[in-house]
Design a protein around this ligand. Structure first.
Ligand code: F0G
Length: 459
C-alpha cells in the first residue's frame, strides 16, 4: 500500500451527524460569541479541533467493557483491573484513580510542594503550572532552545536542557527542589517528544542530587512511538517495552486519561513509594473519592483499562501520528508557517508569520482562529498573546509571549483523513487571502485565565 495514503485502521460502526452551517450563520454566531471560540456551541462547529482531551472515540471493546463495570464503593473489581494494567505499563505498584489530570495535580502538589520551591520540567502544562503556583512553588520550563523555535527541525524538541537542569539542582538541591516533572509528549511546545537518552540523563542527575523524578504521562504512548521511530535501538521494541523502560527511570507519574487513555474522563496517579501513596490516598478521600475509585465510575475504569492497551497498538499510533504529519506536510507544501516537525497530537500554526501585518497587541492568533471558524466552521485554540501575555508587576506593561501559535488538536479516532484534508484546504485558503484579515481588540477581560471567557471586537 502506498505510504502516503495512511488508511484508517478501523471502520465506523456508529455515526454522529455533523451540522453544516452557512458562512452567514457563522458570521452571526462568532459576533454573539464575542469572537471567542470557547463561547460557541459545539453543534455550531463542523470540525472541532479545540482539544484532543476527552474527545476520543471509544472502541467496541471499550463499550463492551463498560457493561462489566463494578460500581462497588470500595474494592471494585474494575479498580483492580485498571491497577493491573497501569502497573503492567508503568511498573509502579501503587495506583490511585482521580477524576481527571488536574485532580492528580491537586493531590500531588499538595503533598510535594511548599512555598518557595522550584519545580523544573521541560514545559509544565497550564493546569500543572497553576497547581504548582497555588502551593507557592515556582514552575521552571527548561526545554531545550530548539524546542522554542517553531522552524527548527529536531527529533526531540520536548527534551530538557540537561545543563540548565544541573545548574538548578546544584544551586538549590533537594531542599528547594521537591521533584522534577517531565511531560511526555511536551504539549506546550507542540506535542513534541522527549528522547529516552534525555530521560536517562535527567534521571541520572535526579539520583545524583537525591531529587525524585516524575512524569506527566498524558500522551505517553505517542512519546514512546516517536522514540521507536526516531531513536536508535528502539525500532524493534514494542511500545509497552519502551514505556516500561521510560517509567523505570522515574518515581511515579500523573495521568490525564482523557488523552492516551482513549476515554472521555478520568486519570490516575501511579507511584513507586508506598508511604507517598498512603499520603496521596488520604488526600484522595477528601478531594476525589475513596482510593479504589477516586472520582471514576467503575465502568469508566474498565474502559480505561482497555483504552490504555489500545493506545499502545502500532497500527493505531501509526495512523494517528500519520494524520498529524500529513496535515503538517500539506500545509508546509503550501508555504503555511507551521511548527515542525509534526508533533503527536496537534498541528500548530505560527500566527506571527501567518499574519505578519497584525502586531501581537492586536492578537494575530485570535484573528486566525476567527478566520478559520468563519471560513469553514473549524474550531482551533489560540496559544499566544491572548492566552499567555503577562503584566509586568512593576511597570504594568504587557509582556508578550515569544510564541504566537494556533493549535489544531486532533481528537483520537474521530475524524477521517477526508475531514483533515478539508481542514488543510481551509487553512491554505485563509493563508492565500491572508492580507485581507485584520486584528482584534479585547473588550472584556476577566481577572484570571482570561482566554476562556474574554470577548473581542474587530479593529
Ligand atoms: N497535563 C497535560 C500535559 C495536559 O495536556 C493536560 C490537559 C493536563 C495535564 C490536565 O489534564 O484536562 O485531564 O485535567 N490538556 C488539555 C489540552 C486540556 O487541551 O491540552 P485534565
Amino acid at each position: 500500500m502506498e505510504k502516503n495514503i495512511n488508511p484508517e485502521p478501523f471502520k465506523i460502526k456508529m455515526v454522529e451527524p455533523l451540522r453544516f452551517t452557512t458562512r452567514a450563520e457563522r458570521e452571526k454566531l462568532i459576533v454573539e460569541a464575542g469572537y471567542n471560540c470557547f463561547n460557541l456551541k459545539a453543534e455550531d462547529v463542523y470540525i472541532d479541533l479545540l482539544t484532543d482531551s476527552g474527545v476520543s472515540a471509544m472502541s467496541q471493546a471499550q463499550w463492551a467493557a463498560l457493561l462489566l463495570g463494578d460500581e462497588s464503593y470500595a474494592g471494585s473489581r474494575s479498580f483492580y483491573r485498571l491497577k493491573e494494567t497501569v502497573t503492567a505499563i508503568t511498573g509502579f505498584e501503587y495506583v490511585l484513580p482521580v477524576h481527571q489530570g488536574r485532580g492528580a495535580e491537586h493531590i500531588f502538589t499538595e503533598m510535594m510542594v511548599k512555598p518557595g520551591d522550584l519545580i523544573p520540567g521541560n514545559m509544565h502544562f497550564d493546569t500543572t503550572r497553576g497547581h504548582l503556583a497555588l502551593k507557592g512553588g515556582r514552575p521552571l520550563d527548561l526545554v531545550i532552545e530548539e524546542g522554542l523555535c517553531p522552524e527548527v527541525v529536531h527529533p526531540f524538541k520536548g527534551n530538557l536542557d540537561i545543563t540548565k537542569l544541573e545548574s538548578i539542582l546544584k544551586e538549590y538541591g533537594p531542599e528547594k527542589v521537591p521533584f522534577i516533572l517531565i511531560t511526555v509528549t511536551c504539549n506546550s511546545n507542540g506535542g513534541q517528544p522527549v528522547s529516552m537518552e534525555n530521560i536517562k540523563a535527567a534521571a541520572k542527575l535526579a539520583s545524583q542530587y537525591r531529587v525524585p523524578l516524575f512524569f506527566d504521562m498524558a500522551r505517553f504512548a505517542e512519546n514512546c512511538f516517536f522514540i521507536k521511530e526516531r531513536e536508535a535501538g528502539y525500532q524493534d521494541k514494542e511500545i509497552i517495552e519502551i514505556a516500561r523502560e521510560m517509567f523505570s527511570y522515574g518515581d511515579g507519574c500523573l495521568m490525564s486519561s482523557k488523552k492516551d487513555g482513549l476515554v472521555n474522563i478520568g486519570g490516575f496517579i501511579a507511584l513507586k513509594d508506598q508511604s507517598l501513596y498512603q499520603q496521596a490516598a488520604q488526600l484522595s478521600i477528601i478531594y476525589e473519592g475513596f482510593p479504589t475509585y477516586g472520582g471514576m465510575a467503575g465502568r469508566d475504569m474498565e474502559a480505561l483499562a482497555v483504552g490504555l492497551k489500545e493506545a499502545m497498538e502500532i497500527p493505531y499510533l501509526r495512523h494517528r501520528t500519520g494524520q498529524v504529519a500529513q496535515l503538517v506536510s500539506q500545509l508546509e507544501k503550501a508555504g503555511v508557517p507551521v511548527v515542525v516537525p509534526a508533533g503527536g497530537h496537534a498541528v500548530y500554526l505560527d500566527a506571527k508569520k501567518f499574519f505578519p501585518h497584525i502586531p501581537q497587541e492586536e492578537f494575530p492568533g485570535i484573528a486566525l482562529v476567527v478566520a478559520l471558524y468563519v471560513e469553514s466552521g473549524i474550531r482551533a485554540t489560540e496559544l499566544g498573546s491572548c492566552a499567555f501575555a503577562e503584566k509586568d508587576a512593576g511597570t504594568g506593561e504587557t509582556i508578550y509571549p515569544r510564541l504566537e501559535l494556533v493549535r489544531l488538536a486532533i481528537p483520537r479516532r474521530v475524524y477521517t483523513n477526508t475531514h483533515l484534508e478539508f481542514v488543510a484546504n481551509s487553512i491554505i485558503k485563509v493563508f492565500q487571502n491572508r492580507h485581507q484579515y485584520k486584528g482584534f481588540k479585547m473588550v472584556y477581560e476577566p481577572p484570571v485565565l482570561r482566554h476562556f471567557t474574554c470577548r473581542f471586537e474587530p479593529l
